[in-house]
Write a protein that binds this ligand. Structure first.
Ligand SMILES: [Ca+2]
Length: 142
């Protein structure tokens, strides 16, 4: 668990860095594809959102939300990702939807930095965004 400080520009810079973003998205996708069939199922995607913890922080949903309401919410997120209604989310769908979500988060953050407690795992996009910015600042300083 680490604490990072991010604002809208941190997230936007991360998404704008095509190569880094694609790499992160692809890594996350591979890690989330638990049965390695090349697509994310409903339950795999739900695990993804639970680990990203976007729900509590950005969809305005209280942590005390009843399970059946949470399931509805996750279903609606899944439907957003699954653009072609195939019943699973493939890599291009995952990349494009993650990009939209991150940009929406960036808009929400604006220029107001927030402190976030993030799990030290490889799946947190926001942590990767913060790491990328830190690496760039370090490169500038040296
Ligand atoms: Ca799968």
């Amino acid at each position: 668990m680490g604490v990072v400080i991010i604002d809208g520009s941190t997230v936007r810079a991360f998404v704008a860095d095509e190569e880094q973003f694609k790499k992160s998205a692809d890594e996350s996708f591979a890690a989330l594809d638990l049965n390695n069939d090349g697509v994310l199922s409903r339950s795999e995607l739900r695990k993804a959102f639970e680990s990203l913890r976007l729900i509590e922080t950005h969809f305005g949903v209280d942590v005390a939300t009843p399970p059946e309401q949470l399931t509805q919410l996750y279903d609606s997120i899944f439907d957003k990702f699954d653009c072609d209604r195939s019943g699973s989310v493939d890599l291009p769908e995952f990349r494009s939807e993650m990009k939209k979500i991150l940009l929406a988060i960036a808009d929400g953050l604006g220029s107001c930095p927030i402190q976030m407690a993030l799990e030290d795992d490889e799946q947190s996009f926001l942590k990767k965004a913060a790491d990328l910015e830190a690496a760039k600042l370090e490169a500038q300083a040296s």
